[in-house]
Design a protein. Structure first.
Length: 306
């Protein structure tokens, strides 16, 4: 006759009410341990972890300028809008033993000598400040490389910006603006030229050069004005002009903050940023080969009005 081994487990409580008998077939029902109670001198202790509400923790940073010629670190490869109100140059970082990002392409602007305030950590949806130089009585601020301005993408006929793309652009851009707001910075105005999209990964970045101390009225009005301008630039007839949802979203920007706007139902079906790449590639981008570009000095940049 085969022997049957019975394993006895220690009790998990002070009583035996939870024990279940084993039937003749060797089956058993599940044992349920009584809930343990922990007490302190003040009474029962609740061991459940509290639910945490995620918050956007962003800090400001005042950049200390380097007192030297930015041309020692960057080589200008292309001047953009040199005679306009917002000139800048695309420059390439010069490789050296101390260079962390050799050959990285950046944007450099010249502005009056005053404090430059940014974020302590880079944000993927902003043109972040890389470094600042003080030279010839001006500040030369080095930013991330911008993508193609939304103003140039908007006028493209094929493919044409639609509602899905505006949702995606808005979601990405508002995310960056919310980071500025969390750091106590405010964009008093946003132009269509201030929103750029990368041809490599579709990343949307907002130019934050015009940011200032947060005002009492931190409404998203400036973003609504930008969207309204964008609609007018897309060649018609367009689905944008006929969308009641988009028009309602634009009206809502003047009534709410960016943080609340980020939760609006209009943005819930936004697509991943790479979905924007075809719209950038087909916007007739002119790429200037480096060997055909006449080098200029960064110090020759005109003062930006922005």
């Amino acid at each position: 006759m085969a022997s049957r081994r019975l394993t006895i487990f220690p009790r998990t409580g002070n009583d035996v009410d939870n024990a279940s008998s084993i039937n003749g077939k060797g089956d058993s029902t599940a044992l349920s341990a009584p809930e343990r109670k922990f007490r302190s001198e003040n009474g029962p202790v609740d061991l459940k972890l509290p639910k945490l509400t995620p918050t956007l923790q962003v800090k400001r940073k005042i950049f200390t300028p380097l007192d030297e010629d930015p041309g020692k670190h960057y080589r200008c490869i292309h001047s953009v809008d040199p005679e306009g109100e917002r000139p800048y140059c695309l420059a390439q970082e010069i490789a050296s033993d101390t260079t962390e990002h050799a050959y990285r392409v950046v944007m450099i602007r010249r502005s009056p000598d005053k404090s430059v305030v940014g974020l302590d950590k880079p944000n993927p949806n902003l043109l972040n400040i890389v470094s600042v130089f003080r030279f010839q009585g001006s500040l030369f601020t080095v930013f991330d490389r911008p993508g193609l301005p939304l103003s140039e993408i908007a006028v493209s006929h094929s493919p044409q910006l639609g509602l899905a793309e505006v949702r995606t652009i808005s979601t990405e851009a508002i995310s960056g603006i919310c980071a500025l707001s969390a750091a106590g910075l405010y964009l008093s105005s946003i132009d269509v030229e201030d929103v750029t999209i990368s041809a490599s990964d579709g990343q949307v970045k907002v130019d934050r050069a015009s940011s200032q101390e947060t005002m009492a009225d931190d409404k998203a009005t400036a973003f609504g004005i930008m969207l309204d301008d964008l609609m007018s630039r897309v060649p018609g007839p367009s689905t944008l002009q006929q969308s009641d949802d988009l028009l309602a979203f634009i009206r809502y920007t003047g009534q709410t903050t960016y943080l609340e706007l980020q939760k609006d139902s209009f943005l819930k079906d936004s697509l991943p940023a790479p979905s924007l790449i075809p719209f950038v590639l087909n916007a007739q981008i002119i790429v200037l080969p480096v060997e055909h570009v006449i080098e200029t000095q960064i110090s020759e940049l005109k003062m930006s009005a922005g």
